[in-house]
Design a protein around this ligand. Structure first.
Ligand code: NZQ
Ligand code: ZN
Length: 388
């Protein structure tokens, strides 16, 4: 049953091969000073940097650059970016890159004029901004996180071994996002499949909760089916526009707040994955894939009807003649087999996790009360052991 909620997603999307043509129109809404934020250099290698700079110059913008946003952006980088945005009093942050660049841009947008330590305020204490926010626009170059149309901003603090996400409200969602699927063709295969699994995980985290009849679950099932279909094409033909465009749009809808409406939600896999990331700096999607089969096997009996439905609806496994337990296991096995087919990481040891880290990783992964089976620290350690 759907309860009460307010749904508001203010991000304007321009999608398709002509998406960049909309940049001048979008830029015209902001003042002249633009902070151009990007990652480790892929946009220079692909020529996107030159295209964007030409458009910014043609729009008479004064451009300040903030390059070098690393995958899993750090708190030190956030502090530097906030100081840069404040020093130049920028009117817009234009983030060009993957989820890390976009997450970071939202963090900088809320930190530049923050009078407190933004890491402590937003990420540790989970408070909301009470300062002026700098508008963010994005040009996304890889599919996965959904950051292009949500308020998420995940920052890593290596010194304290914490990787924490802050979900800002609609006032800090990107004002506009340009989604050209062709820009994702150059994403390395490892990152592409990590992004695809991240999308699947976002859908499962929202789907595996509750026992009610809920529109959000039907939407999630459709998106999961689409993702499995398109991913099977994309791993063989990375330049298949139909597959890459569908993956890009599915990724956006998997975490733009739509499929969580009316749901308690889980997010336990993300909590464990983020803690693994804090210890290893591993690629986000792979930290999720490596623990997902063990996690879902651990909790399936507590949410059996949904796992049976997952097997039947997402993986076309007929439940006739199977016990509920066997049907649930068949669904998880189908998920696992698809994961192997697209080539995601299946063991946390491949990410650099060693036995001495398990205790700390478990301590850094909060237990989710709305999951089918809220986990104790020992449960998390057991799931990590089974994922080695
Ligand atoms: O840095 P560059 O040189 O740009 O290279 C990147 C990076 O090395 C490369 N890349 C991206 N687009 C490319 C490309 N290489 C060639 N061609 C292109 N077109 O790919 C690498 C990974 O990029 P990154 O942005 O780190 O990946 P992703 O989009 O998966 O973002 C991961 C971050 O997002 C957070 C994760 O925790 C992680 O920090 N998340 C954000 C969420 C949100 N905002 O809601 C939710 C997610 O669950 C996730 O936690
Ligand atoms: Zn994710």
């Amino acid at each position: 049953m759907l309860g009460n909620f307010t749904y508001h997603n203010p991000t304007r999307i321009h999608f398709g091969k002509k998406a960049l043509d909309f940049l001048p129109e979008e830029l015209s809404a902001y003042g002249p000073r633009v902070l151009l934020t990007y990652g480790g250099g892929s946009i220079k290698r692909t020529g996107l940097y030159d295209r964007v700079l030409d458009l910014l110059r043609a729009a008479d913008k004064e451009v300040f650059e903030d390059p070098g946003v690393m995958p899993n952006p750090t708190v030190e980088k956030l502090y530097k970016g906030a100081a840069l945005a404040r020093e130049h009093d920028v009117d817009l942050i234009l983030a060009v890159g993957g989820g890390s660049v976009v997450d970071y841009a939202k963090g900088v947008a809320a930190s530049a004029w923050c009078t407190e330590d933004p890491w402590q305020k937003y990420y540790v204490r989970q408070e909301n901004p009470d300062c002026c926010l700098i508008p963010v626009g994005t040009i996304l170059t890889m599919s996965g996180t959904g950051s292009e149309m949500n308020g998420g901003s995940v920052i890593t603090n290596h010194a304290t071994k914490q990787k924490i996400g802050k979900v800002f409200g609609p006032e800090n969602f990107p004002k506009f996002t340009l989604l050209d699927p062709v820009l994702t063709y150059t994403v390395p295969r490892y990152q592409m499949v990590a992004g695809i699994f991240d999308v699947m995980s976002h859908l499962m985290e929202q789907y595996f909760s509750g026992t009610d009849d809920n529109t959000s679950d039907y939407l999630a099932e459709a998106l999961m089916r689409q993702l499995v279909h398109a991913s099977r094409i994309a791993v063989h033909q990375p330049e298949d526009y139909e597959a890459r465009s569908n993956i890009m749009w599915t990724a956006t809808w998997a975490l733009n707040t739509l499929t969580k409406m009316g749901k308690g939600q889980d997010w336990q896999v993300h909590m464990i994955g983020q803690s693994i990331g804090a210890y290893t700096d591993a690629t986000h999607g792979m930290t999720l894939s490596a623990v997902s089969p063990a996690y879902y096997r651990f909790v399936a009996l507590y949410g059996l009807p949904k796992f049976v439905r997952f097997a039947r609806t997402v993986w076309d496994i007929p439940s006739d003649g199977l016990s509920d337990e066997a049907a649930a296991e068949a669904g998880i096995a189908a998920l696992e087999s698809w994961m192997r087919e697209i080539g995601v990481v299946m063991h946390i040891t491949e990410l650099g996790v060693t036995p001495d880290m398990l205790e700390g990783i478990a301590a850094g992964a909060p237990s989710i009360p709305t999951a089918y089976h809220p986990l104790s620290k020992d449960d998390i350690i057991e799931i990590l052991r089974r994922s080695m």
